[in-house]
Design a protein around this ligand. Structure first.
Ligand code: ZN
Length: 503
């Protein structure tokens, strides 16, 4: 190891440790904060942000990087290369943006959120349009500061998933769209679709305490370590923290018990990834996740491929019925399985099932691509959203609230974020078939309540790799094939084809 490496690791980890404190304050804000404390929390976060920025832009990091990168990084081990590459990424981001730009963007992000919340409540897109225009201008400027002014959308995609480009996503989504549209049409035309809806409607009156006990049992059995993490309640479910302190949240509805359960299993997938990062390298390139798409592949794999399977319920259904005898008395096992795998096109992305969800993402990607290419003006977004909803989801919009105003992301300048969700579904399916090929008895394990093989395989091949590889590289290495939408299409056809009686 180069003599400069341990010092670089220490400085990078110090900045990361401070960032985890900020993350904890953010978790607390959504879980515990008294309503009157928002301003005080804002001041705490602002003060901490200045400390974090100073730590991340420490000139000593720059000097150490220059030493380690000399002669093209000759003599560095693979581990050191990963650490140096990630440290360079973070250091450039901390030092290449002028202070007044960072301040302008922070102010605009907070202003944007409030403008969006008001516009959505009042179904008033015109009042929000100038905010979006400003946000687009700011991210273009940010890309230019980082040397990516000629390809700002690629810059935004790369921010969430290193190495990803718009043309790569375009190719993947184009192929997925062609396969998915006829599949969704066939599913929704099947007489089974209404039976699935009716089965879901039978699930009523599940006490919150029982739901909480059951989902803790399930997520613990999958492998979430409650000695190094916890689950609480928040308005919007999320997973934060890393290493030995992972915080998940969920929310309960008595008449929709599957929501909290599958939401928690989803967050557990994120949590298992964070708990599986190498503890001794937390905060360095070897101890942080490989980007949003890979992260989302972990949550989707556990939520969908694993927990929506018959084998999974073979194991957990008796316990579920024992906890809720009255509520489940009139519901057969096949009905439960249908309710778990109900497909119904909806206008709202966050309410979508795992089949149609991908179309919501393709819609957003196509619109973002046009926005950044200058082919679509902000003022024309509502009409573009309407047309795309008709084409992709097959539904007619009656208000912008259920259309272009439904997502918070763009209000804070988070463009290029949506594709990760769908790429995560693709990666999950590709990992799933690889795991099945290596262990054909995987679902028999699940039926016995044994998830250890799958978790150990993910630990070894994904979690402990940190961000050594880009998402595309990681998929290639683990599955032996390029990232492709075909495994996702195959998985959806197999599961929903037999369930919905498609030929
Ligand atoms: Zn997620």
């Amino acid at each position: 190891m180069n003599v400069a490496t341990p010092e670089l690791i220490a400085l990078v980890r110090r900045a990361d440790t401070l960032a985890t404190v900020s993350g904890l304050l953010g978790w607390d804000e959504q879980v515990n904060l008294p309503p009157g404390a928002a301003d005080q929390r804002g001041a705490q976060q602002a003060a901490l942000a200045a400390v974090i920025h100073a730590a991340s832009s420490d000139p000593r990091i720059g000097a150490l990087l220059a030493t380690l990168e000399a002669k093209g990084g000759a003599g560095l081990t693979d581990d050191e290369r990963t650490i140096v590459r990630q440290a360079r990424r973070d250091y450039d981001k901390a030092t290449k943006l002028p202070a007044d730009f960072v301040e302008e963007k922070a102010t605009q992000d907070s202003r944007g959120y409030h403008a969006w919340a008001r516009a959505r409540a009042e179904n008033d897109f015109p009042s929000y349009a100038p905010v979006l225009e400003k946000n687009l201008e700011l991210v273009r400027r940010e890309a230019a500061y980082l040397g990516k002014g000629d390809a700002p959308y690629d810059y935004m995609l790369d921010l969430h998933d290193p190495g990803l480009t718009a043309s790569a996503v375009d190719r993947l989504f184009g192929e997925l769209k062609q396969e998915l549209l006829p599949l969704v049409r066939a599913i929704t035309a099947s007489p089974v679709a209404s039976r699935a809806r009716a089965a879901g409607d039978k699930l009523r009156g599940f006490p919150v305490e029982g739901q909480g006990a059951f989902l803790r049992e399930v997520t613990g059995k999958i492998g979430f370590d409650y000695n190094r993490g916890r689950i609480d309640v928040s308005l919007h479910p999320f997973c934060s923290g890393t290493g030995s302190d992972v915080r998940m949240t969920t929310r309960y509805k008595e008449d929709q018990p599957l929501d909290a359960l599958f939401g928690s299993i989803h967050e557990t997938g994120h949590g298992l990834y964070e708990q599986g990062l190498p503890a001794s390298y937390l905060g360095t390139g070897l101890g942080i996740n490989a980007g949003m798409a890979v992260h989302e592949s972990q949550s989707r794999l556990w939520e969908n491929q694993v927990a929506r399977s018959r084998a999974f319920w073979q194991h957990f259904e008796p316990r579920w019925r024992a906890l809720f005898p009255g509520q489940t008395a009139g519901l057969g096992s096949d009905e439960l399985y249908l309710a778990i795998n109900a497909v119904e096109p909806t206008l709202i992305r966050v309410d979508a099932d795992e089949v149609t969800y991908n179309l919501h993402i393709i819609l957003r990607f196509e619109i973002e691509k046009q926005l950044f290419a200058g082919e679509l003006a902000v003022r024309d977004l509502p009409a573009a959203w309407r047309a795309a909803t008709r084409e992709l989801i097959g539904l007619d919009l009656t208000s912008d609230r259920e259309g272009v105003l439904q997502d918070v992301h763009w209000s804070g300048g988070a463009f290029g974020y949506f594709p990760s969700y769908c790429l995560g579904n693709m990666i999950a399916a590709q990992l799933w078939f690889r795991a099945l090929a290596l262990r054909p008895a995987l679902e028999e394990d699940f039926a016995r309540g044994d998830f250890s093989w799958l978790l150990a395989w993910l630990r070894e091949n994904i979690h402990t790799q940190g961000c050594r590889y880009s998402a595309l590289e990681l998929v290639r290495r683990v599955t032996g094939e390029e990232l492709s939408p075909r495994p996702l299409v195959r998985y959806l056809r197999e599961r929903y084809g037999s369930l919905y009686g498609l030929g």
